[in-house]
Design a protein around this ligand. Structure first.
Ligand SMILES: NC(=O)c1ccc[n+]([C@@H]2O[C@H](COP(=O)([O-])OP(=O)(O)OC[C@H]3O[C@@H](n4cnc5c(N)ncnc54)[C@H](O)[C@@H]3O)[C@@H](O)[C@H]2O)c1
Length: 320
């Protein structure tokens, strides 16, 4: 099998690349390194004889010329992500995410299967308005409370990508699977997401330790489980043309309890001070995974305790 991982130097992308190589695939990685890193881990992957890394910006339609044809599976993970990026520059989020999606769609070839990475953020408006239940299924209506709020720029860009691939892939003789990721975490994900961010503050001796959104709930999914779900969806005939959740509904946790787990894991003993959640962040998020289970037989395997321990092993000596 030949696979193309767009955004492959990023967090989920490099974990996916390693898994595809372990499964015997030939892998081409494309990234513009705006967030993905040229670090030791990428260098190790690059030593593999079946991997080829291309530095290119997917907002440029010519960027895929260098990649060539003949890939069976295409994974579109490249995007501008993260609340801070979205708050800082929503127009960049819209531009990069939609142009990348449309350029990849235009480049698709008959017979290819494409995975488009979408997000649980598409439910934020509905959950906040109290009209969407949690755990949330894929079939609920999505709601944009305020089209001008920076936070919605990310969800809107992802919804446009979803619709583009759902309608456009079949028209090109290809097939698409849309995966809506829910709070994936693990080693090498930078410092902005709640789990590494809290591990690093505990490591660096913050005392008292502020826990923002302590009353909120999230269902965290360890990256190896998320990658397993992606691989299974790409192999499942029934997943073509479907929007499917990827997450871990067994690991829903309260953020104050997450802070306790982080402190147990790191051995730090600061006082803990609860603080309000960032504006616009939803009180609870948890996916209904019935469709993923039905299509693939997937079950999450890594408990939150184990996943946080493995993430800590990686972050304990990490230099920002
Ligand atoms: N991590 C999560 O919990 C989560 C949750 C929901 C959705 N997602 C989606 O999954 C995908 C992967 O997320 P991640 O956490 O690995 O993010 P990431 O930022 O680590 O990876 C994205 C990669 O895309 C690259 N990129 C950005 N713009 C590009 C461009 N114009 N051309 C080429 N490469 C470009 C970045 O350099 C980065 O390496 C994203 O599409 C994201 O929206 C992730």
């Amino acid at each position: 099998m030949r696979s193309l991982v767009l955004g492959g130097a990023g967090f989920i992308g490099l974990h996916l690349t390693r898994r595809l190589l372990a499964d015997g695939h030939e892998v081409t990685v494309v990234d513009d390194f705006s967030r993905g890193r040229h670090d030791e881990e990428l260098a190790l992957v690059q030593q593999h004889e079946r991997v080829h890394v291309v530095s290119a910006d997917l907002t440029d339609p010519r960027s895929l010329d260098e990649v060539g044809h003949g890939h069976d599976h295409v994974y579109l993970l490249a995007a501008v992500v993260g609340v801070r990026n979205v708050e800082r520059d929503p127009s960049r989020v819209i531009r990069v995410n939609t142009l990348s999606a449309l350029n990849v769609l235009d480049w698709l070839h008959p017979g290819q299967r494409v995975f488009f990475a979408s997000t649980s953020e598409v439910y934020a408006g509905g959950v906040a308005a109290g009209v969407v239940p949690v755990p949330t299924g894929e079939d609920v209506p999505v709601l944009v409370e305020d089209v001008g709020a920076p936070r919605f720029a990310y969800a809107i860009s992802k919804l446009l990508g979803e619709a583009a691939f759902l309608h456009g892939a079949t028209a090109r003789g290809a097939s698409a699977v849309i995966g809506r990721f829910h709070n994936v975490y693990g080693p090498r994900m930078g410092a902005d997401h709640v789990i590494p961010e809290m591990l690093l503050r505990a490591r660096d001796g913050e005392d008292p330790l502020t826990v923002w959104g302590a009353e909120q709930y999230r269902a965290f999914c360890f990256v190896d489980d998320a990658v397993e779900a992606v691989i299974r969806l790409m192999a499942a005939p029934g997943a073509a043309g479907r929007v499917v959740h990827i997450g871990d509904d067994t690991a829903e946790t309260n953020i104050a309890d997450l802070a306790k787990l982080v402190l147990r894991t790191t051995g730090a003993t600061p006082d803990v001070v609860p603080a309000p959640a960032p504006t616009g962040s939803v009180a609870r998020r948890c996916p209904d995974l019935s469709l993923l289970r039905e299509l693939t037989g997937f079950e999450p395997e890594t408990s939150l305790e184990e996943g946080v321990r493995r993430t800590w092993e990686w972050y304990a000596g990490w230099q920002r």
